[in-house]
Ligand binder design. Sequence first.
Ligand SMILES: [Zn+2]
Length: 58
Amino acid sequence: MSDQKMVKIMCPNLTCRKVLSIPDLARGKTVRCKSCGTNIRVPNDKPAPSPSNTDSPS
Ligand SMILES: [Zn+2]
């Protein structure tokens, strides 16, 4: 089975901010933004979603 996952990362270039879809295999590597040419380091871990288990004042 070739179930290739894709990871979406946002270009850190503030003037670009393009969301890039890169293969999961590229984790830990550096990819280049096709839009602005900025080298982007792909994090090994999943990007933290939204803070869920935080202290919620109630
Ligand atoms: Zn870019």
